[in-house]
Design a binder for this molecule. Structure first.
Ligand SMILES: Nc1ncnc2c1ncn2[C@@H]1O[C@H](COP(=O)(O)OP(=O)(O)OP(=O)(O)O)[C@@H](O)[C@H]1O
Length: 473
């Protein structure tokens, strides 16, 4: 660092650099200074802790191996003593496991050695934005309605708030209609990318032939029908979050391309000669057990590891029945706002009926059910008689601890690794469970697909997609 650069150092200190190699400390300091940031640089964990006690920083950037400890210890110290301070770790090339451990301990992000200026710039930009949005994670800013106060939901919410503060890919696992997209939006809204777009994609709804172009875009004339250049979903999500719902539905060929895009942080539009850099955070979700798909050879293990750095498990509604009254109230208020007039109330008997129901279609089914009930009910109060429940779905029949589900098998097959009982080998594949549920619903509605979809708590498009997949349409 030359004398002029030293004189230009701003007064406030933004970044604490922790690295035991002096030349790397200098290099990082210089690179960050050129981004207009002031730095302190130390070489040991003890010095880092002393500085953290003495000053406030906006980011801590630490090497992993230090003479008197490691970067993970410092990450833990910061979580405990300086909550809200983003900490990023510098890992040796190829040591992704260490990076993952750091992320799980609450690190914001990681960069690999040798540190590239571009990666460093991206990391710092997001970290400083995080500081600016830090209060949101504490819940002072209204975010998209996320209703639920049951212990299971509060735990999920706390995890999501923590995850919003880092850049790690998150896999959200849960049954249909549990709110996977809602939680993905929540993570996006509390993170550093909140000013950027949130782009949700249902991987199961894109035709395999168009997938590459949908994801990465295409150049005019690259195939019949490509009348002009088109941006892909990755480019559309740049600076924000790409949410890949039903990621288990991606064909293997597309999985390879997705992995490359994630690893390289770049995509090549169909018909283009060069790759374009993209800066997206990836969140993904599925109702399927990806581990099982990997074992069956239907999902690539390398992609699985890449997207599954952290898993969030969405509890089904029947495991958090305490949330039903608040959810119902929220939904009725929303329906009233749409239709006009005051929100309808639920009678005690109606609420009792709802709380005894298993909700195979989860919150989406509750929404559909209340919408129908509002249409049926004449007065201000919805009674039990106005609520049409899908038969044989008492909550007790669905309890995952020990009981067989309403169709005589363990439900839900896909969630056996999270507390479902029974011998693993005896569980049917999730697809089988879902197929049976859908066939039942179709039989009960005399194959009226719209009515069946409503009863199942899914959209007609989702039902048709599943029927097509099983060759039933
Ligand atoms: N905690 C919640 N608070 C408020 N609304 C919720 C909550 N959870 C789910 N919902 C509502 O339930 C519906 C289903 O949620 P969402 O689409 O996120 O579920 P999903 O798990 O992604 O479903 P699928 O797997 O079928 O795509 C949405 O209309 C959403 O607004």
């Amino acid at each position: 660092m030359n004398a002029v650069e030293r004189r230009q150092r701003p007064q406030s200190v933004d970044v604490l650099i922790v690295d035991d190699e002096e030349d790397i400390r200098e290099l990082l300091e210089l690179s960050l200074m050129r981004l207009g940031l002031a730095c302190d640089a130390v070489g040991t964990v003890a010095d880092a802790i002393a500085r953290l006690e003495a000053r406030r920083y906006r980011l801590c950037l630490t090497d992993m191996r230090l003479p008197d400890g490691d970067g993970l210890g410092l990450v833990e110290h910061i979580q405990a003593h300086c909550p809200g301070l983003p900490v990023a770790v510098i890992t040796a090339f190829g040591s992704i496991e260490t990076a993952i451990r750091a992320l799980k301990l609450g690190a914001f992000d990681f960069v690999t050695k040798p540190v590239e200026l571009k990666a460093l710039r991206e990391l710092v930009t997001h970290a400083l934005r995080l500081g600016a949005t830090g209060d949101k994670a504490a819940g002072t800013t209204p975010e998209r309605a996320l209703i639920g106060h049951s212990p299971a939901f509060m735990q999920l919410r706390a995890q999501a708030e923590k995850l919003a503060r880092n850049q790690a890919p998150v896999f959200i696992h849960g049954e249909s209609g549990t709110g996977k997209e809602v939680i993905a939006r929540f993570i996006h809204s509390l993170g550093t990318r909140t000013a950027g777009p949130f782009v949700p994609v249902n991987c199961g709804a894109i035709s395999p032939e168009l997938m590459e172009s949908e994801f990465f875009g295409h150049r005019k004339g690259s195939f019949t029908g490509a009348a002009s250049d088109k941006q892909g979903l990755f480019q559309a999500a740049s600076g924000g979050t790409l949410f890949l719902d039903e990621i288990g539905e991606l064909p293997l060929a597309m999985q390879v391309k997705l992995l490359r895009a994630i690893q390289e942080r770049a995509v090549r539009p169909v018909g283009a000669h060069a790759e374009e850099p993209v800066d997206v955070r990836l969140l993904s979700a599925s109702h399927q057990d990806l581990g099982r798909l990997v074992a069956e050879g239907r999902f690539r293990q390398d992609l699985f590891f890449r997207i599954n750095v952290i898993t969030l498990r969405m509890p089904p509604l029947r495991e958090r029945r305490e949330d039903i009254p608040a959810l119902a109230e929220h939904i009725l208020a929303r329906l009233a706002a749409r239709e006009g007039g005051a929100p309808r109330r639920l009678s005690a008997a109606a609420l009792h009926a709802l709380q005894g129901y298993a909700f195979p279609g989860n919150v989406r089914e509750l929404e559909n059910l209340l919408e129908r009930a509002c249409a049926m009910c004449e007065g201000d109060e919805i009674d039990a008689a106005d609520i049409e429940l899908y038969p044989d779905q008492t909550a007790s029949g669905w309890l995952t601890d020990s009981a067989a589900g309403p169709f005589g098998f363990q439900v839900p097959g896909d969630f056996g690794d999270h507390g479902g009982g029974g011998e693993p080998g005896q569980e049917p594949a999730a697809d089988d469970a879902e197929r049976l549920r859908i066939i039942r619903a179709l039989e009960q509605t005399r194959w009226n697909r719209s009515a069946a979809a409503r009863n199942l708590g899914m959209t007609l498009r989702q039902l048709r997609y599943r029927l097509q997949k099983w060759g039933m349409e």
